[in-house]
Design a protein around this ligand. Structure first.
Ligand SMILES: [Zn+2]
Length: 448
């Protein structure tokens, strides 16, 4: 197996492209991240982020009750005790930590974050700054297995676990997708920022979720083994249900979202109440565009015929074509693995650069999906003279982006909404909270 090398040789980690509980038996892949061994300390840690495994951190960051119950804002850094950090081997690399060792999870989280940053900084052509740089130099990444979620906020990422209905626990620390998704939120905060209460529109929150999923999808395609499995399983027919499609897998059969959904914007014309649902039409459009670019590349390489590509683009409207299309791919793929792989990598990188350029141009104020579509088309024009204009336009039209206006938020955000959670709190918001007694402040400062 060839390791994925990004930015030359640097430090090796072992990452699971897909969580082991969803894909038992698949070993982690050795990847190389761009930070050299001598710049990575225990944790792991470096000049932009550090991972900690705290002892008895009872609450995630955000608004938490004090020792006497008074709500207060809790931000990094964690000042309490921590479990021993993950350390590199004698050769400076992190790829020999046994999977069963407690240090594997923090190393996996750090390696995943750095892997995703390498991918996206390359697409952006510049470093991605933290939106909290005014107050914190580095991202604090907290291992918090008791937390039933994973989230990011002002200066932190906290990584918990999912309690499945069958009683099993799916730790997010070994779920690359979930970590990449959370980092995607930080990339968008660092690039666009947040709207004010006056300028915010619902689609901004749907876009956050969609961009976070796109961050994870494009980053995941940098695993050699994932690309290999994906092509082998589908024979290059990515319009079938496949592993690229499933986000945040919780088990072999359960995942949080599907990229190849068929949700259109009119479902939200009367209003919306969950930004994850609202993200689906945009994510679906981006997924379809990725597959369309891939198929165009296959046609250009002479690997499939033009009429097959045209037929697959119709399959959403005409599902009865699906079996015929699969037969064609089953015949086209054998012996052409390398050509299919190269076509997919090229599509991945085209979409990656196009998204980074689009995100750079977006404003968080008065946000709507139509602006994303308009800018992506303009970027495609600038990058290649509009090579994929037709496919992109068709995808957006089919999702009703630019045609249908999203209605108002129907219910106040609940706990699952990230939009008003710890993610958007900033230290100044302390003023709005009740005063604590001196005694409670002392107990809090002692970490009691
Ligand atoms: Zn999210």
């Amino acid at each position: 197996m060839r390791p994925a090398i990004l930015g030359g040789s640097a430090t090796r980690f072992r990452l699971f492209p897909r969580p082991p509980y969803a894909n038992p038996g698949r070993p982690p892949e050795i990847v190389t991240i761009s930070v050299p061994p001598d710049l990575i300390g225990p944790g792991p840690s470096d000049d932009r982020l550090y991972v900690i495994d705290p002892v008895r951190k009872n609450h995630p960051y955000g608004i938490v009750p004090g020792p006497y119950g008074t709500p207060h804002l809790s931000f990094p850094p964690w000042r309490g005790p921590t479990y021993p950090p993950a350390r590199a081997g004698a050769d400076g690399h992190f790829d020999r930590i046994p999977i069963e060792a407690p240090e594997f999870a923090p190393a996996h989280v750090y390696g995943s974050i750095r892997f995703v940053l390498d991918v996206w900084e390359r697409y952006f052509g510049r470093p991605i700054e933290w939106h909290f740089a005014r107050d914190f130099d580095r991202l604090e990444v907290v291992m918090l297995p008791a937390f039933n979620n994973a989230h990011v906020g002002y200066g932190f990422m906290e990584v918990g676990a999912n309690r499945n209905a069958d009683g099993t626990v799916a730790p997010f620390a070994v779920n690359f997708d979930v970590i990449a998704h959370e980092l995607g939120h930080l990339i968008i905060y660092g690039t666009l920022g947040v709207p004010s209460r006056e300028t915010e529109r619902g689609e901004y929150f749907g876009f956050q979720e969609s961009a976070a999923d796109a961050t994870a999808m494009v980053a995941g395609l940098h695993f050699e083994t994932l690309v290999e499995h994906l092509l082998e399983d589908t024979r290059g027919n990515l319009y079938t249900y496949n592993e690229l499609d499933r986000f945040a897998e919780l088990s072999a059969t359960e995942q949080i979202r599907l990229a190849s959904n068929s949700v259109t914007l009119s479902q939200f014309a009367a209003g919306w109440d969950d930004e994850h649902a609202l993200s689906q039409p945009l994510t679906g459009a981006l997924f379809d565009i990725l597959v369309d670019i891939f198929q165009e590349n296959l046609v250009e390489r002479g690997l499939i015929a033009r009429d097959v590509a045209d037929l697959t683009e119709q399959v959403k409207k005409r599902p009865e074509y699906a079996a015929t299309i699969q037969t064609v791919f089953d015949a086209a793929y054998p012996g052409q693995r390398e050509g299919f792989r190269a076509a997919l990598i090229e599509a991945r990188d085209y979409l990656g650069v196009a998204l980074a350029e689009t995100w750079k141009r977006l404003s968080p104020d008065f946000f709507d999906y139509e602006e994303v579509a308009t800018l992506l088309l303009a970027v495609d024009g600038a990058l290649s003279g509009g090579r994929y204009r037709e496919e992109m336009t068709e995808s957006f039209v089919w999702r009703e982006i630019g045609r249908v206006k999203v209605g108002p938020r129907l219910s106040p955000p609940d706990k699952s909404s990230h939009a008003f959670s710890a993610r958007t709190l900033v230290p100044e918001m302390r003023q709005g909270l009740p005063q604590m007694s001196y005694r409670e402040r002392v107990l809090l400062a002692r970490g009691i």
